[in-house]
Design a protein around this ligand. Structure first.
Ligand SMILES: Cc1cc2nc3c(=O)[nH]c(=O)nc-3n(C[C@H](O)[C@H](O)[C@H](O)COP(=O)(O)OP(=O)(O)OC[C@H]3O[C@@H](n4cnc5c(N)ncnc54)[C@H](O)[C@@H]3O)c2cc1C
Length: 379
């Protein structure tokens, strides 16, 4: 693997850095998991889109720059380095979009990608239900065929839907064949949340933000052209989305490299002399760089047309545990100051604690690694 950046890639980095240095809001924005903060974040994302930085690796026709995945990684590094706001459009651009590119019809791509890139339409993820989280195939939300109208009627409840109360659309799984074996008979739907019969009820998180929602469907009509992939093959389509979430796009290494740089700055400010603390900081830096190298290897595989598959579970366990470790080290350094309400380290730590839960819990990822990567027998 050649780890040197080409002249074009370096020029791309310089252009991105210059734009971000001039345009990133200096004071930061209110949390994107509040209604007010979400609106501010969308304004910022609109500015990104207008300058064609919102979705760099997408085709130009959809607002991108036709950038390679390597360039996308460079952009992500620069984005985090500049301290730019977290993307509230992430469930669309990082999770649904790769799935639309793989399974969507040309009509679906033309219909949804441009408005997703500009932030005019925003997407939330409808997997979890009150009785189906880790065991996603146990979902009871269903879709019943309406032959006459040419579509499906959806019913059921989704929960823990991140930013569901602020988004315009949901992608999710619904059971279309109740007689089929568990992982079959599921279909992936794209649901506009203003469709009659949809009720969205926001609720608060433990950190005080209102970011979650329950999304209820009561006989909601969805036409055939809002089915993504084949009917009854939704599990396969959903696994492509979760692969993006665990593996590559949701948490790019730039995020952790930037966190380690801030940790080093904090250690300098506080004059960290304890050798054990210094060791933890060094370990964090090593792990962030190891994750960067692992990501480069993943991109190499993808560029060669391979799919990382179950290995994305290794990645997810690694980045989520690294995030907790980096924030715990920072809290130790910041001491009582970290308890001040507006401390970014405290807020970051609270969110890092949820990393081992969302995108499939780390216990479940370890089961996947044991069975599908290491080939150990199922218990
Ligand atoms: C910040 C955050 C954002 C989220 N956003 C979304 C979203 O946008 N959309 C969405 O659909 N969901 C979302 N979720 C929900 C998330 O996907 C679920 O919480 C997760 O899949 C676990 O499901 P559960 O909460 O029902 O826990 P359960 O499945 O009930 O699990 C409870 C505990 O049992 C363990 N466990 C369960 N089964 C096994 C097993 N077979 N082997 C070993 N251990 C097991 C789990 O690891 C966990 O520790 C979000 C969650 C968080 C924390």
């Amino acid at each position: 693997m050649d780890l040197t950046w080409s002249a074009d890639e370096q020029a791309f980095r310089a252009e991105a850095r210059a734009w971000l240095e001039t345009n990133v809001p200096p004071a930061g924005l209110a949390s994107g998991d509040t209604r007010e903060g979400f609106a501010r974040h969308l304004e910022w994302e609109r500015a990104l889109f207008d300058a064609r930085w919102a979705v760099v690796s997408w085709p130009q026709a959809y607002g991108g720059r036709d950038a390679s995945l390597w360039e996308w990684l460079i952009f992500e590094e620069e984005y985090s380095r500049a301290g730019a706001p977290q993307r509230v459009t992430q469930n669309g651009i990082f999770l649904l979009a790769p799935t639309l590119f793989e399974f969507g019809t040309p009509g679906q791509r033309d219909r949804f990608l441009p408005t997703m890139a500009s932030g005019e339409e925003t997407w939330c993820q409808g997997w979890s239900e009150p009785d189906a989280g880790s065991d996603l195939a146990a979902i009871s939300s269903r879709a019943v065929r309406d032959e006459l109208a040419g579509g499906w009627r959806l019913s059921g409840q989704k929960t823990w839907t991140t930013r569901g109360a602020f988004c315009t659309h949901l992608f999710g799984l619904y059971r279309t064949d109740s007689d089929a074996e568990r992982h079959r008979g599921l279909t992936y739907f794209l649901v506009p949340l203003d469709t009659p019969g949809v009720t969205v009820r926001g609720f608060g998180r433990l950190d005080g933000d209102e970011g979650f929602a329950d999304v209820f469907c009561d006989d909601v009509f969805v036409p055939d052209d809002l089915v993504l992939g084949e009917v009854d093959q939704g599990w396969k389509v959903a696994m492509a989305t979760t692969g993006s979430e665990r593996g590559l796009t949701l948490r790019s290494p730039g995020r952790f490299l930037a966190t380690t740089s801030r940790l080093v700055e904090l250690a300098r400010e506080r004059g960290a002399a304890d050798p054990l603390v210094r060791q933890r900081i060094a370990q964090g830096q090593i792990d962030a760089e190891a994750y960067q190298l692992q990501t480069l290897a993943t991109v190499t595989k993808l560029s060669a047309g391979e799919h990382p598959g179950a290995e994305s579970s290794l990645t997810k366990v690694f980045w989520s545990e690294l995030d907790v470790q980096l924030h715990e080290t920072a809290l130790g350094l910041a001491g009582h100051d970290a308890e001040l309400e507006d401390s970014p380290w405290m807020k970051g730590w609270q969110f890092a604690l949820s990393g081992p839960i969302y995108a499939g819990t780390n216990e479940i990822q370890r089961n996947v690694i044991a069975e599908r990567v290491l080939g150990l027998p199922r218990k």
